[in-house]
Design a protein around this ligand. Structure first.
Ligand code: HEM
Length: 393
């Protein structure tokens, strides 16, 4: 399948970098109306304007996603699809859902998980050693770590990982026909609703159990299912790609990998820089203009679709100098790789903690780590990353 048939211009990349036209657009105009496979979109590419759109849900509320739009769903199906999905709601509905979840993802809560995550990381490194080189870093390290963590946190059996991972990566893959992706989304929700039904009868000591115990009378079955589904997909599809692509980025910049291996205390800045430079989530969820509005000298008419391009904003020269360069010694830039505003990533403290545990441990265990052959980039996915990455040491 050709990239231009399914991928809008702002999702195309060459290895780590967004297409050069995106930088041109940002540096000349900042906001441009374009015809794309998702229909007509206003692409917002400058850091300041991206933050202003994302921080103003009254001016730029959520609109149906491209998959919902093209599937032409009935109002009832659409409501069911969106129930419990934080990304599909604006305040005050969004605030109601988010309030229930925020206490579970605080930095303090995440600190308590560090020993268990460290143990999971070491187990995966042992497994890689046992297998011996060459090993696919995606299947042996980058994917199992966040999958196991989110399974334990949520109360999802890890033994089901192959099925749910296969489903969620296909749901996010734009080269797969729409009706197949919709059917997979149904299957995935059905799977989660079985787990929710079980938790309602016997709430465990996990997040689904907590939601049932503490908020069971405020949340419908559909909402509980939607929350569980979003957390399961977001919890492993994102961090795994950051771990794989982040490792490749470090290995292709050996001086940066060496520095991090020698000075692991740099890991917090290194993780922020990798998040910024790689910006694996191509864009924020689609918004619309609530009324006719001005943005960067352009009039956006009420109802028109607006998309914030996170990789372009994160390489905006107005944000930092030398934005094209990966430099793990930079101080934090205030990047938008986790989004911004009310929908800022709920799982950011968890993702950061996992990456801070994983990168230095990997470099420490395998000082001679190197890529073998060419990695397979995830060209068609809504979340960028690697499908396969063979390494040796
Ligand atoms: C939202 C990125 C890890 C759960 C977001 C958004 C981005 C993002 C860009 C905002 C989307 C928008 O505004 O439309 C990332 C990246 C991750 C990561 C780059 C890893 C490196 C996680 C993890 C979890 C998670 C581990 C789950 C535990 C969520 C949820 C939202 C969200 C629930 C919706 C928040 C809301 O609407 O209030 N993420 N994410 N994410 N993320 Fe993450």
């Amino acid at each position: 399948m050709s990239e231009s048939a399914v991928l809008p211009f702002h999702m195309r990349r060459t290895a780590f970098d967004p297409v050069p036209e995106l930088a041109e657009l940002r540096d000349t105009d900042g906001v441009r109306r374009m015809q794309t496979p998702f229909g007509e979109l206003w692409l917002v590419t400058r850091y300041a304007e991206v933050r202003s759109v994302l921080s103003d849900p009254a001016r730029f509320p959520i609109i149906d996603t491209p998959i919902e739009q093209s599937a032409d769903l009935s109002a009832e199906d659409l409501a069911r699809f969106r129930a419990g999905n934080l990304l599909a709601h604006d305040p005050p509905e969004h605030s109601r859902l988010r309030r229930m979840l925020t206490p579970e993802f605080t930095v303090r809560r995440m600190r308590r998980l560090v020993p268990r995550v460290t143990e999971i990381v070491e187990d995966r490194l042992d497994a890689m050693e046992r297998l011996g080189p060459p090993v696919d870093l995606v299947t042996e390290f980058a994917l199992p770590i966040p999958s196991l963590v989110i399974c334990e946190l949520l109360g999802v059996p890890y033994s089901d990982r192959n099925e749910f991972h296969e489903r969620s990566s296909r749901i996010l893959d734009l080269s797969i026909p729409l009706d197949e992706r919709l059917a997979l989304r149904e299957e995935s929700r059905d799977y989660m609703s079985t787990l929710v039904a079980r938790a309602r009868v016997e709430p465990g000591d996990d997040l689904l159990g907590m939601l049932v115990r503490e908020h069971g009378d405020e949340l419908t079955m559909e909402e509980l299912t939607g929350i569980g589904h979003l957390l399961l997909v977001a919890g492993h599809e994102t961090t795994s790609n950051m771990l794989a692509l982040g490792t490749l980025a470090l290995l292709r910049h050996p001086e940066q990998a060496e520095l991090l291996a020698k000075e692991p205390e740099r890991v917090e800045d290194a993780v922020e820089e990798l998040l910024r430079w790689l910006s694996i989530v191509h864009s924020g969820t689609h918004k619309r203009a609530a009324a006719d509005t001005e943005l960067s000298g352009h009039t956006i008419r009420a109802g028109e679709r607006v998309v914030c391009v996170l990789p372009a904003a994160n390489r905006d020269p107005a944000l930092l100098s030398g934005p094209e360069k990966l430099d793990i010694t930079r101080e934090s830039t205030g990047h938008v790789a986790f989004g911004h505003g009310v929908h800022h990533c709920l799982g950011a403290p968890l993702a950061r903690m996992e990456m801070r545990a994983a990168f230095p441990a990997l470099l420490r265990r395998f000082p001679g780590l190197r890529p073998v052959g060419e990695p397979k980039f995830r060209v068609f996915s809504i979340v960028y990353g690697l499908d396969e990455f063979k390494v040796a040491w």
